[in-house]
Design a protein around this ligand. Structure first.
Ligand code: DGL
Length: 276
């Protein structure tokens, strides 16, 4: 049998921390035969308030690390890195790479009825204007309202998913967006689906929340098929389908990951990402 060697290799998925797990779990759901190597940059989270230079440097290091694990494709499961670094580094690597912004913007543009879309994300993502630009590539008549929510990432990393503090901060952040008559709100940071309930309750039932993870996994599926590197059924792995790496204390990440992933993770590897 002529097995495509690449199809046996894992997919590399990365984020600044736990947020990218929301994308990883969607990939696992839609592509159950694919192996995953996940990296969470827990030593350097949050990315959203960092400079462009640093976000690009971090992304390059992580890609070098993931490539050392022989990944066949990379998913930038971080809106901030997708917005700031992806186009800059795309030409530097020889394997397929996708981010989360384009898939999310596309689905929001297709879903809005009144052509008024809100986007909540990190400061870096909002300031890059990338969501507005990509939405306008899909439909230039859509009005986009952006709001940076810098405290959401630390709240999620601290595990305060259902908490009065998170509620209070979400109320302040979403106050202005509530006056804009939006019918669609993009959760433009991969950490935010973890506080989806809070955001949904505050923004109201009439606003459709878009989590780009679903569309990203779908885009990945199409990409792997197009490149002829999708894992077939015959490549089912019993063990070690998924490997998790972090750049700081593994225990905290493990606890969190175990609370949101569909299986129990026994071991998380801690590495020094500055070596890559
Ligand atoms: N989860 C990431 C994102 O989607 C990064 C958040 C951060 O580190 O500030 O933007």
């Amino acid at each position: 049998m002529n097995i495509n060697k690449d199809s046996l290799a894992p997919i590399g998925v990365f984020d600044s921390g736990v947020g990218g797990l929301t994308v990883a779990r969607e990939i696992i759901r839609q592509l159950p035969n694919e192996k995953i190597v996940y990296f969470g940059d827990t030593a350097r989270v949050p990315y959203g308030s960092k400079s462009k230079e640093n976000i690009i440097r971090y992304s390059r290091q992580i890609i070098r690390f993931l490539k050392s694990k022989n990944v066949k494709a990379i998913v930038v499961a971080c809106n901030t890195a997708s917005a700031i670094a992806l186009e800059e580094i795309r030409d530097e690597i020889d394997i397929p790479i996708i981010g989360v912004v384009k898939p999310g913007a596309k689905v929001a543009a297709a879903n809005t009825k009144n052509k008024r879309v809100g986007i909540i994300a990190t400061e870096a993502t909002i300031n890059s204007n990338i969501y507005t630009n990509v939405i306008h590539e899909n439909d230039k008549d859509i009005t986009v309202f952006g709001k940076a929510c810098p405290l959401f990432v630390p709240l999620v990393e601290e595990g305060l998913l259902e908490d009065s503090v998170t509620d209070e901060i979400a109320k302040r952040y979403l106050e202005e967006l509530k006056t804009k008559d939006i019918d669609t709100l993009i959760l433009g940071c991969t950490h935010y689906p973890l506080i989806r309930k809070t955001v949904g309750r505050i923004i109201g039932d009439n606003v459709n929340l878009v989590n780009p993870a679903y569309e990203t996994a779908l885009s990945l599926k199409e990409l792997l098929i197009e490149k002829g590197i999708a894992a077939g059924d015959e490549h089912q792995y019993e063990n070690e389908m998924y490997e998790f790496y972090v750049s700081d204390i593994a225990e905290k990440f493990k606890k969190f990951a175990n609370s949101i992933m569909p299986f129990n993770i026994d071991y998380i590897h801690q590495i020094n990402i500055e070596e890559y």
